[in-house]
Design a protein around this ligand. Structure first.
Ligand code: TYD
Ligand code: MG
Length: 473
């Protein structure tokens, strides 16, 4: 750490959003986070403008766009299909990717595997760990069966040292920094882990990437409380932001692009955490449906689309009489406001009274759904639970519900149905517009108004339609 000057300039920086204030405040005026301001010191040298003497040909001035060499053309696939798809075909040379995720979700495991895959393709891959000793990284490599891999590993936290070392010798094609929160740079005089340091270190490393053409991956831990600087402050500096998600208790891991300058943002990559590292899941629908609770009310299979790929997931609902004045509405894996909307439509147009019931909705397998096409499956699961009528086990559901209670068409009907057919489903409950798109062996039930579906489900239930939603049973 550089020496502290006699009278350092101090400011208070929000560790959640990076807002700086001269005084300490209990609440950040920019992002409204409580207790997130931390005093940071900056001396005059840190604030002085940096000389731009990187020695590259930036000084050529503006040029016609067609005369500029293609940097983005150098795309290097990692050789891990699920990751490459999310990236849009591989890592772009000179780009920086931020990989965020909860501690323990498997970021280090994934990146060690990526580095090994690069090394296997005879690319130089360097893995810098700021959290673990090299021996610990070696131990993980043993566990992953990658002890023979040609990955260079170092335990280091000084960005200047890393950049200086890597600037000698061959440029690495891949540089993994695990994690950005442990890095520190001399150009900024704050303690490691503060936003100012995180941002300063990320800036240095991104400059290194642009200068040398190395692809740099920065790992960032996501913390809910503002104590450790969240990687959110570097999101606008990097070319792509990926998040690695999953339920700690389950073995599925989903890689999602939240921002991608060189590729799509709607693709997901699905992995399974095994005893020997992450395994790619080429057919996620099979995995998400592998532990279905057949024959019990309140579950519906949604035929969804993630990016270019169809994905079948189970939606589970529990509707039970409430013991509270205000009934509970809890949802995991779906949008809370969409649930409220579906419930309102069920009440207003379908005669389903839910004001006396707690409602829980869950997307199985730790999946998170963003499509409005899930409305119909969610509604079917809710009504099925309320009426205690199991839905047919071999049926899938999709369709958007409008406020008028109509079921609206959604995109990519054909690939949703084909995926359902592939996995052995024989029925599909779909919007009216999809009536003629049935593949062989799948019987379609086209629904114009949600009320029709509610009546169909309730007819099979232990509650009669007349009493549905009543408090008397
Ligand atoms: P890790 O990659 O260290 O997570 P992160 O870097 O995101 O903090 O993974 C930690 C968890 O993964 C840990 O609980 C152990 C588990 N794990 C496996 O199940 N199998 C494996 O082969 C490895 C290496 C880890
Ligand atoms: Mg880690």
């Amino acid at each position: 750490m550089a020496k502290v000057k006699a009278l350092p300039r101090s400011r208070h920086v929000c560790q959640a959003c990076g807002h700086a204030s001269a005084k300490w405040l209990g609440r950040c005026p920019a992002c409204q986070e409580w207790n997130s301001l931390v005093e940071e010191f900056a001396d005059a040298t840190a604030l002085a403008p940096r000389p731009s003497s990187t020695g590259v040909s930036i000084g050529d001035g503006p040029r016609p766009i067609d005369q500029i060499g293609e940097l983005g053309g150098v795309r290097r696939p990692a050789g891990i299909g699920e990751l490459d798809r999310v990236l849009g075909g591989g890592f772009v040379a000179g780009s920086a990717v931020l990989l965020g995720g909860d501690p323990g979700i498997g970021k280090s495991t994934l990146l060690l595997e990526v580095a090994a895959a690069f090394a296997r393709n005879r690319h130089r891959a360097v893995y810098i760990s700021g959290e673990e000793a090299v021996a610990q990284v070696r131990l993980r490599a043993d566990r992953l069966g990658l002890a023979e891999a040609d990955v260079e590993v170092a335990a280091e936290t000084s960005v200047e040292d890393i950049v200086a070392t890597l600037s000698q010798g061959a440029t690495p094609q891949l540089l993994v920094i695990d994690s950005i929160q442990t890095m520190w740079t001399q150009t900024v005089e704050s303690s490691p882990g503060t936003v100012t340091q995180v941002r300063g270190s990320a800036g240095e490393l991104i400059r290194f990437a642009k200068r040398t053409g190395a692809a740099v991956i920065l790992v960032g831990h996501v913390t809910k409380d503002g104590q450790i600087a969240g990687p959110r402050v570097v999101e606008h500096m990097v070319d792509a932001v990926m998040s690695f998600e999953g339920e700690g208790s389950q073995q599925f891991r989903i890689l999602r692009a939240m921002k991608n300058r060189f590729g799509p943002t709607d693709e997901i990559g699905v992995f399974e955490m095994t005893g020997a590292g992450l395994r790619e899941v080429a057919n996620p629908s099979e995995l998400f449906l592998s532990e279905r609770d057949l024959g019990s009310p309140g579950t519906a299979v949604f035929a969804g689309i993630e990016g270019t790929r169809p994905l079948l997931v189970e939606i589970q609902a529990l509707v039970a009489p409430t013991s509270l004045g205000t009934p509970r509405r809890a949802v995991v894996g779906w949008d809370q406001s969409r649930l409220s909307m579906v419930l309102a439509v069920l009440e207003a147009h379908c005669g389903v009274r839910l004001s006396g019931h707690d409602v829980y909705l869950n997307v199985a397998g730790g999946m998170r759904i963003q499509e409005p096409a899930a409305d119909l499956a969610a509604a079917a699961a809710l009504v099925s639970s309320l009426a205690r009528a199991p839905l047919p086990a071999d049926a899938v559901y999709f369709g958007e519900i409008s406020l008028s209670g109509a079921v609206r068409p959604v995109a990519q009907t054909a690939s949703r149905l084909k995926e359902a057919q592939k996995l052995g489903f024989t029925k599909a409950v779909v919007p009216e517009a999809a009536r003629n798109e049935a593949p062989d062996g799948v019987a379609l039930s086209a629904i114009g108004m949600l009320a029709n579906l509610v009546a169909d489900i309730a007819r099979d239930g232990t509650h009669t339609p007349r009493r549905i939603g009543g408090r008397d049973g």
